[in-house]
Design a protein around this ligand. Structure first.
Ligand SMILES: Cc1cc2nc3c(=O)[nH]c(=O)nc-3n(C[C@H](O)[C@H](O)[C@H](O)COP(=O)(O)OP(=O)(O)OC[C@H]3O[C@@H](n4cnc5c(N)ncnc54)[C@H](O)[C@@H]3O)c2cc1C
Length: 461
């Protein structure tokens, strides 16, 4: 269909003021936080489920791709309109619809920022646990579609453990409800299937979330190391001791330097690595648990273990962790965040292998990651204007994913597959596994209009 006519038809659904289609707009909505770019045909800002349904029905009828978009912070090319089509931007559907303290649930629209809900919940002494480092701007729609993780997911589980239901517009425009406030719903677990499906099976227009009372007490510690491997070994040792802290996050030397130059979190510049540990729960027994953890750190060669004495000190340490990607982006024009997971015990050896990849390709790699989950984030720094360097970055990124897969891990801990890692799916799945997933996609979206060209590779690598 001609773009002009398409824009005219869609304007009738959302109103002219909620459609963008100038060349500049198409450029601006053609990229996300990944390395990929492609131009959509237009951008729509729906205001209700009914409007989303009508738009999707139109796309279904006309065979036009439709791609949901939150804040575009995903790191795997999940919102790239590789086959053109319509971007559905959810910034107008960003309300908290209900906070139900008695039942420990909240109902939100998909365009709501993750932190915006947390700020409201704090007034009731409640919390929504998943905490992607991007939470200031990431939306619940994006969290839902990527099954996002975060530092506190070690103890509390990732997004799928906290989304209990959703209102979803299917690729033919029909609206369904999956799951809900109740704990166990009969029938197929469609909520489980849809969380993490990267917008390829349907579009969420409402989400029902689990919320929890805030912990009575929290303690944050920083263990400082002269070796990155020792920091990795400490993580396994703490868990092996039967302790599950709320968070176990590692930052390496290069990350520490970048953080100190921008965020000033108080990390020592001469350390090879720091391990940020947080425990939460009842006040009673917390000091004893902290002592045990500090002892394990020292046994694994931590040269110093400090603990935050005040809320301000704690906030400062977390600012260092949450600002790490931003801090690193000051060093080179671009970065690729590799997102692989390995069994925790394999962390030290895989970290050494990652640094071998860095040497092999002559690329600078920083490491900042959710160590407790074995979720590595080697960040490759580069300049995309240098084509040769860019070529090496793609090769190195793929090689790091292979290392994770070969170590018994997987190729995404939380950032999804998107456009970026489709061929790497064969590192962990057989052609039969992929074929089974393709059948699911076909059952939901036989016309292949819902975020097409994502997750599933076309042919065997
Ligand atoms: C600095 C930085 C730090 C980050 N830290 C973390 C982290 O700690 N943990 C983590 O997991 N991720 C992290 N991320 C990645 C990213 O922020 C998350 O994936 C986040 O959930 C994406 O949210 P978004 O609103 O930006 O979604 P978008 O990027 O806009 O979209 C992501 C995917 O969701 C789909 N989508 C969006 N809305 C809907 C909807 N309503 N229905 C169906 N599908 C939809 C899109 O089509 C796309 O496939 C980080 C990114 C950056 C840039």
């Amino acid at each position: 269909m001609e773009r002009e006519r398409m824009v005219e038809e869609l304007s009738k659904i959302v109103g002219k003021e909620n459609v963008l289609s100038s060349e500049t707009d198409l450029f601006l909505y053609g990229y996300d936080a990944s390395l990929f770019k492609a131009k959509p045909d237009c951008i729509l800002f729906p205001g209700s489920t009914e409007e989303v349904s009508q738009i999707v029905k139109f796309c279904h009828r006309e065979h036009i791709p439709v791609i949901a978009r939150g804040s575009g912070t995903n790191l795997s090319g999940g919102t790239i309109p590789t086959r053109g089509g319509i971007i559905l931007h959810f910034s107008r559907m960003n309300k908290i619809l209900e906070i139900d303290i008695e039942n420990q649930r909240a109902v939100v629209e998909p365009g709501l920022f993750t932190l915006a809900l947390k700020n409201q919940l704090a007034r009731y002494g409640f919390v929504y646990q998943p905490d992607p480092a991007s939470e200031k701007v990431s939306t619940f729609g994006g969290n839902f579609a990527e099954n996002s993780g975060g530092p506190h997911c070690l103890k509390y589980g990732v997004t799928t453990n906290h989304i209990l239901g959703a209102e979803v517009v299917l690729p033919d425009g029909e609206v369904i409800q999956v799951g809900g406030k109740a704990l166990d719903n009969p029938g197929y677990d469609l909520t489980g299937l849809l969380v993490g499906s990267e917008g390829t099976l349907g579009i969420a227009t409402q989400l029902t979330l689990r919320i929890m009372p805030k912990s009575e007490a929290v303690k944050t510690m920083l263990a400082i190391y002269n070796s990155l491997e020792d920091a990795g070994r400490t993580v396994s040792a703490i868990i092996a001791d039967g302790i599950v802290p709320a968070t176990l996050e590692i930052l390496d030397k290069l990350t520490i330097k970048a953080v100190e130059e921008s965020v000033h979190a108080g990390f020592p510049l001469d350390a090879e690595a720091v391990l940020l540990i947080e425990i939460d729960g009842l006040k009673d027994g917390m000091e004893r648990l902290a002592e045990r953890i500090m002892e394990i750190c020292r046994k694994n060669n931590a040269r110093e273990v400090k603990s935050a004495k005040t809320e301000a000190e704690r906030t400062q340490l977390w600012a260092g962790r949450k600002g790490a990607f931003g801090a690193l982006s000051r060093l080179r024009p671009n970065y690729l965040v590799c997102d692989g997971t390995v069994p925790r015990t394999k962390l030290p050896e895989v970290l050494v292998q990652v640094m071998e990849v860095s040497k092999k390709y002559g690329l600078t790699i920083a490491n900042v990651f959710h160590a407790g989950d074995g979720n590595l984030h080697p960040l490759i720094l580069f300049d995309e204007r240098d084509e040769e360097e860019l070529r090496k970055v793609h090769l190195a990124g793929s090689e790091i994913m292979k290392l994770c897969a070969d170590a018994g891990g997987t190729i995404s801990g939380e950032h999804g597959i998107g456009t970026e890692k489709m061929k790497e799916m064969f590192f962990i799945f057989s052609p039969q596994d992929i074929a089974a997933m393709r059948k699911v996609k076909k059952a939901f979206d036989p016309e292949d209009i819902c975020n097409p060209g994502k997750i599933l590779p076309e042919v065997q690598a």
